[in-house]
Write a protein that binds this ligand. Structure first.
Ligand code: NAP
Length: 255
């Protein structure tokens, strides 16, 4: 018996798609037949470059500026995709931030609130808006959501960013709970838990040498690439993953 196609149209929104894992996911998803809306906050030029790569692969691309921590901006972003292409059938909750290394007893309330707002609330609000468009409960065709977690959720990141690690622990629970909540509505929800991946995020957290320092100590003896993480994300989005929901895949080189 053949597996029924669960994703009738392939319209994907990738949050934080202007660089790193989000950009790699946008391009790999285009190869897999998705039209891709690329969200970013600051760097429109980088987002446009990713859009050009998607178009070069014969798929549609659009760029949408929105801070996922700002509900009004998220609503406007989904409305922009609706107006151009119709309902999204895929969402990758990829936008995420770290902060400078600090102990918990040094963390300001402002820092904690921003961490939760981007990494947790942003993912919840984007998923909520995606579900309104995907879920059969809302007349949608079904779809797939992939949340970016982190190995930090298991490791805790002491003396570096326990707040970030805890935000990703919340994402793991969110993935499990939401998956079970909407499993009967044609929507699958999964996560990917990257280890140390060679992107700009480490420099943004004040640790530009983090990849060089930690990479050799990983069981596979190197840091991973954004493409290696994107491969897992795009598989989870695909109909090949039709029986996977509520799971989070480690892409950590064995760490
Ligand atoms: P990155 O290189 O720092 O890229 C982050 C992306 O998110 C950029 O496109 C950025 O856009 C966007 N962004 C940041 N804040 C945003 C906001 N408030 N609203 C919308 N977009 C926002 O990060 P990455 O390394 O690719 O990481 C992607 C995801 O994987 C994150 O969730 C991260 O926690 C997770 N992860 C990464 C690693 C790793 O080692 N790299 C490991 C584990 C998990 P602008 O540049 O325009 O601001």
């Amino acid at each position: 018996m053949s597996t029924p196609a669960l994703t009738p149209t392939r319209i994907l929104l990738v949050t934080g798609g202007s660089r790193g894992i989000g950009a790699a996911t946008a391009v790999l998803a285009a190869r897999a037949g998705w039209d891709v809306a690329i969200n970013y906050t600051r760097d429109a030029t980088a987002a446009e470059a990713v859009a050009a790569e998607v178009r070069a692969l014969g798929r549609r691309a659009m760029v949408v500026q929105a801070d996922v921590a700002d509900e009004a901006q998220v609503l406007a972003m989904f409305a922009a995709v609706d107006a151009s292409w119709g309902r999204v059938t895929g969402l990758v909750n990829n936008a995420g931030i770290v902060d400078l290394p600090a102990r918990v007893d040094e963390m300001s309330l402002q820092r904690l609130q921003r961490m939760w707002a981007v990494n947790i609330t942003g993912s919840f609000v984007c998923a909520r808006e995606a579900l309104k468009r995907m879920s059969r409960r809302h007349g949608g065709p079904g779809g797939a959501i992939v949340n970016l977690s982190s190995a930090a959720a298991r490791l805790g990141s002491p003396n570096q960013y326990v707040d970030y690690a805890a935000s990703k622990g919340a994402i793991d629970t969110f993935t499990l709970g939401l998956a079970r909540e909407v499993a009967g509505e044609g929507v699958r929800v999964n996560g990917v838990r990257p280890g140390i991946i060679d992107t700009d995020i480490h420099a943004s957290g004040g640790l530009p040498d983090r990849v060089a320092q930690i990479g050799p100590s990983v069981p596979l003896q190197r840091a991973g690439t954004a493409d290696e993480v994107a491969a897992a994300v795009v598989w989870l989005l695909s109909d090949e993953a039709s029986y996977a929901t509520g799971t989070t895949i480690d892409v950590t080189g064995g760490r």
